[in-house]
Design a protein around this ligand. Structure first.
Ligand code: SF4
Length: 480
């Protein structure tokens, strides 16, 4: 299996579409969805919606009967998909429920409903589909071949015994999905990510981004706003959407701070954020007097909500969804930040996330937790630096510190649940992000290792990392 996994990951890098960092929007990095996982929950749900919409379009007007569907989950999706609710997410997507807009209760009742009444209604098509029988959990090979990506899904629609449609979709981390072109085997870029579109200030490395800012005397967020405008998203609309994202992050923190009990999944993990927050408010937090536990508690509040399958924002993934809201909320409370500053921080953070996505990975199944909590820490450190008045050199330095001290961090979630070590890991990442920003702000931004170099190391470390530490729940802490 380890050889197959290595081939799958190497292929996933080889077959990557020519996505550039300057083509990834802040709205790609921050997506409102549901827990517990962006790659194993949101991505499969998005993939199922794409399959459903494709079938409705392709078979429109055709008189089809005796249709039945099979969904095959491969690789890491199979290894940890039950703990990550991948099957439930696929069912919700096949029913046309969006992770962004559907009620959370409706999402999680889709699978039991289908189990009881095993027919999907896709426009005027009726498709037999019983989750317990028609969702098939596979290993690391598809038809005897290594997978195109560790998180691969295949949808196959049959009319009687005849296959009428097949689609292979990859959940590549952070809720991003890509299709595999059956003719070329290449991963396809979404239409609005056409690399031929020329943005106002092109960049595809941290160095180029810094140069665009300095050469044109632009703040980091201004570069992105101009590029987004080139692609048809005006600043007013972008800021309105970022506001929605900030609202969703705030609401998630609040729910987490006011909910207690045991998290689902069988590990019997007790929620801690509510009690800790009550302690903070009464000033009885034990420990070092100079410590401020708020970033940790805010992060835990979000990740507890995520673990419970609640509404969260990918930042850049669900597993790492607590860190950025925690840093933004802490700085809002301590620095009285304006809303626009917080939006600028998100835009800046998204640049770092995009660079990681293009040059390494934001998927725990590809590179371990350095790609999730590590990336989020680097994003938060960059955003915090800018929100606190730093310049682009300090921003790049903060991001580098954030990622450098997560290099090699494994993904070994116990029982495949996004609980241990994930919840505390976000707390620790939030603290590190604030510290990285402070260290960068205390300097002139001069430092030895560049962010670009750190991302090269991150990718290579991911390639070298044993597959049992990449979201398969077969090594490390996952062994108990
Ligand atoms: S250990 Fe890290 S990468 Fe793995 S599921 Fe948890 S947060 Fe995600």
């Amino acid at each position: 299996m380890s050889t197959a996994w290595a081939v799958a990951f190497a292929r996933s890098l080889e077959l990557m579409n020519p996505l550039r960092a300057d083509h990834i929007s802040p709205l790609d990095m921050f997506k409102i969805g549901v827990g517990p996982s962006s790659s194993h929950t949101v991505g499969p749900m998005v993939a199922a919606i794409a399959f459903r919409e494709g079938i409705i379009k392709d078979l429109a007007g055709q008189n089809k009967s005796d249709l039945r569907l099979q969904v095959e989950l491969y690789g890491s999706l199979s290894a940890t998909g039950q703990g990550h609710a991948t099957d439930g997410a696929v069912c919700a997507g096949l029913c046309g429920l969006s992770p962004r807009t559907a009620e959370v209760d409706d999402i999680w009742s889709a699978m039991p409903n289908l189990q009881e009444s095993p027919v999907l209604k896709m426009d005027n098509l009726l498709v037999a589909f019983q989750p317990s029988k028609d969702i098939i959990w596979h290993g690391w090979f598809m038809d005897g071949q290594p997978l195109p990506h560790p998180n691969t899904i295949r949808f196959r629609l049959f009319e009687g015994d005849k296959k009428v449609a097949e689609r292979v979709i990859l959940s590549v981390g952070g809720g991003f999905v890509e299709s595999v072109n059956p003719a070329t085997g290449m991963r396809s870029a979404p239409a609005d990510r056409d690399p031929q579109i020329k943005v106002a200030y092109p960049y595809n490395s941290a160095q180029q981004f810094v140069e665009q800012c300095t050469k044109n005397s632009l703040e980091p967020w201004q570069v992105v706003i101009a590029n987004e405008a080139t692609r048809g998203l005006d600043e007013k609309t972008l800021r309105a959407k970022l506001d929605e994202i900030l609202d969703a992050m705030e609401a998630c923190i609040e729910r987490g701070l006011h909910t207690d009990g045991i998290l689902p999944g069988g590990l019997n993990v007790q929620r801690r954020a509510k009690k800790l927050y009550e302690q903070i408010k009464t000033g009885v937090v034990p420990g070092w007097a100079g410590n401020d536990l708020r970033p940790s508690v805010f992060a835990m509040a979000v990740n507890e909500e995520n673990a419970a399958g609640g509404r969260v924002v990918t930042a850049p993934t669900n597993g790492s969804s607590g860190l950025i809201p925690a840093v933004w909320r802490t700085l809002k409370e301590t620095e009285n930040l304006a809303r626009e500053t917080m939006q600028n921080g998100l835009i800046t953070a998204s640049v770092v996330g995009a660079l990681v996505k293009v040059h390494a990975s934001i998927s725990g199944a590809e590179v371990g937790c350095q790609g999730e909590v590590g990336t989020s820490c680097a994003m938060a450190a960059a955003g915090a630096t800018i929100m606190l008045g730093g310049n682009v050199h300090q921003m790049e330095m903060a991001a580098e510190i954030g990622i450098e001290h997560h290099l090699g961090m494994t993904c070994d979630p116990i029982k495949g649940l996004v609980q241990v070590p994930c919840i505390e890991r976000n707390a620790m990442g939030a603290v590190k992000a604030l510290n990285a920003a402070s260290l960068a702000l205390a300097s002139d931004g001069t430092h030895l290792i560049s962010l670009d170099r750190s991302l090269e190391v991150m990718k290579q470390t991911g390639l070298d990392m044993n597959q049992k530490y990449k979201e398969t729940a077969t090594g490390g802490l996952a062994l108990g």
